[in-house]
Design a protein around this ligand. Structure first.
Ligand code: C2E
Ligand code: CA
Ligand code: CA
Ligand code: CA
Length: 277
């Protein structure tokens, strides 16, 4: 047993080293990604479950590197957070997302824009002043901006975090809790934060048609959201069956490949023209 433990340990340290080298390489490339125009945003529609009508889009970051190819956000966002690069990247995301959403508004389409905001961005200086400056720059109606923050942020229910979020919220923007159900938030946390909506993580949507436990869970989340007067969005809806169940359970908004995959900004108008609820 000792022998194999030792081998496992050696295997472990080696892969850690490799992992660390990979992270450093990613970070170096990521440092230049903004300047070299390798980052872009894709947009995925959110629809009202009852009518199928599009209410807005979520902005999702994409990184295309000339030799490494497309690097998925799950791989580079953690690196961006760790290195602090998420500060400048996150500002670029907000700036760019607001620019596109303003274009839609100018074309008569009053759509919401959802932007992911990571916890680290708050520490790196994304605050009410900065956000307010960006909103003014684009003359963007704050009530059409939704900031999605992950559930883990609720775990830090220190006064400073709550106050920071409250001053952002006071600009008139909406706050949503992302990946809801994967963390450990309790009702008291939810009450303490100035949030408007919850996004049920796609993990729970995935097995909705086969796993009755997940149906129970989603039913409970929906009941809780109702009692707290929070809007509810389900992400990762891929099938008609899932759509039907979520509609029946009373989930108001849906998002997922069933409606559309995230698309470049240049395709949004055409997609909207051809989309039939
Ligand atoms: P998220 O915010 O939970 O975004 C939803 C993810 O689910 C996206 O992955 C989206 O492409 C994917 N998705 C949408 N519909 C479906 C579906 O029907 N089935 C499945 N299996 N997946 C679906 P993506 O674009 O790879 O982003 C991954 C995560 O990276 C995001 O999860 C978010 O946490 C983070 N992220 C993306 N863009 C940004 C950003 O601009 N800023 C920050 N801070 N984080 C971002
Ligand atoms: Ca999100
Ligand atoms: Ca999610
Ligand atoms: Ca996620």
């Amino acid at each position: 047993a000792k022998q194999s433990g030792r081998n496992q340990f050696m295997f472990f340290t080696k892969s850690l080293q490799e992992h660390a080298a990979e992270l450093m390489e990613t970070e170096q490339h990521l440092r230049n990604a903004l300047e070299l125009n390798q980052l872009s945003l894709h947009f995925q529609p959110l629809v009202r479950s009852r009518t199928g009508r599009v209410t807005g889009f979520e902005a999702l970051l994409r990184w295309h590197h000339p030799t490494l190819g497309n690097i998925p956000p799950d791989k580079f966002i953690p690196v961006a957070e760790e290195s602090g690069l998420i500060g400048s990247i996150g500002e670029w995301v907000l700036d760019t997302a607001l620019m596109h959403a303003k274009n839609w508004h100018n074309q008569g389409q009053k759509l919401y824009i959802s932007v992911n905001l990571s916890r680290r961005q708050l520490d790196l200086g994304m605050n009410d002043k900065k956000l307010s400056a960006l909103l003014s720059k684009h003359q963007f109606d704050p009530s059409y901006l939704v900031l999605e923050i992950t559930e883990s942020l609720l775990l830090d229910n220190s006064d400073t975090t709550v106050i920071r979020l409250e001053s952002i919220k006071d600009l008139g923007v909406h706050l949503a809790i992302d990946d809801f159900g994967t963390g450990y938030s309790s009702l008291s946390y939810l009450k303490r934060f100035p949030i408007d909506s919850l996004k049920i993580d796609k993990e729970f949507v995935r097995d909705l048609t086969s796993d009755s436990d997940d149906v129970e869970l989603v039913t409970a989340i929906i009941a809780m959201a109702r009692s707290l007067k929070l809007r509810l969005i389900a992400e990762g809806v891929e099938t008609e069956e899932q759509r039907k169940i979520l509609l029946r359970l009373g989930c108001e908004f849906l998002q997922g490949y069933y409606f559309a995959k995230p698309m470049p900004a240049s395709e949004v108008q055409t997609w909207l023209t051809h989309y039939e609820p």
